[in-house]
Design a protein around this ligand. Sequence first.
Ligand SMILES: Cc1cc2nc3c(=O)[nH]c(=O)nc-3n(C[C@H](O)[C@H](O)[C@H](O)COP(=O)(O)OP(=O)(O)OC[C@H]3O[C@@H](n4cnc5c(N)ncnc54)[C@H](O)[C@@H]3O)c2cc1C
Length: 366
Amino acid sequence: MKAVVVGGGLGGITAAVALRAVGWEVVVLERAPEFGEVGAGIGVMPNALRALRELGLADEVRRIGTPRVPGLLRDPRGRVLVRVAQGSEHVVAVHRADLHRVLRSALPERCLVTGVEVRSVDELDADLVVAADGIRSGIRREVFPEHPGPVYAGATAWRSVTGARFPRDVEIGQTLGPGTEFGVLPLGDGRVCWYAAVVAPPGGRADDELAEVRRLVGTWHDPVPALLDATPPGTVLRHDVHELRAPLPAYVHGRVALLGDAAHAMTPYLGQGACTAIEDAVVLAALCARHDVATALAGYDRLRRPRTQAVARASRVLGAVGHRLRNPLAVGVRNVVVRAVPGWAVARGADRFTGWAPPSLSPDRG
Ligand SMILES: Cc1cc2nc3c(=O)[nH]c(=O)nc-3n(C[C@H](O)[C@H](O)[C@H](O)COP(=O)(O)OP(=O)(O)OC[C@H]3O[C@@H](n4cnc5c(N)ncnc54)[C@H](O)[C@@H]3O)c2cc1C
């Protein structure tokens, strides 16, 4: 059986690895001149790590990622709102480029083709087409022409990674100010990935984006100023946040499966966009290992649509009660309420999303 994967982002590459693991012939077509990921760090949540374990890649990701550190939610003065102890399966922050490289290392070169822009599914000779062509998916437009596509989610986000290395005790953290959020993901090698998000109209650009972030959060608690000071100027990426607010009516069409942002681009507040793309890939392959393509695709839609659309909704809600709150009174009330919630209850709430476990890729294992 042969699959063509359109798009070589984290979702597409994982799909290729997973389908090959169940014996399919796979080719990934990527329009960019080379494979790789820009961007900064990414938190690989326990749900995605379990999926990577099915592919035999979790240990390598853990090796290059953050050791176990506590998670903190704070206010801009550094007062702790919630402290989340990490369980045995913790969030592992890695550089996106490193995660992409680990995934690519599981594929022979001949599976990876760059510089090819797919214009229509009809061009592709395959039993299965995996549309992993991202939030602006052309295949989604082709198979669901009525769908309105992505919309602006109301916030712009900056991301970068420090040049300098920090001590191993930097926590995974999020700080919520009025209309603004700052997040910290320590990488395995001591560098620290940070991101900032602010409620703003779309399309804004500054001559010096690092200075813009400093203006917003430069007086916040330690280590926020130190992280910005340690960031090489010119490395700060800025993206307006978009999402597929109107849920797709199906993730499959004929022999096409939509996967990752093509199917369910979501806001980043739960840190689950790429994680759920990785889940999609393993579920699709597990179904293809057991069934004919039509049955596998029906099962993929049935299993993936409710879960990923629920994660996307929860992420949107989290943004609305998180950094999108701007009214000082509402922020104060939110902080009092959040402080009253014990860390174990937060961990249990998060478990609804991070507690997911993949099906086995091996049909013999149920
Ligand atoms: C600010 C921000 C922070 C985020 N933080 C996190 C996080 O911490 N954790 C997390 O899990 N997620 C996070 N995400 C979400 C995550 O980045 C995405 O969900 C994920 O990268 C989607 O992967 P994908 O493979 O589906 O799509 P993409 O990464 O967009 O890949 C699509 C690929 O398809 C290619 N392509 C497109 N059209 C064609 C075509 N016609 N022919 C051939 N190739 C084509 C593109 O060039 C691209 O390489 C964040 C997102 C943002 C914006």
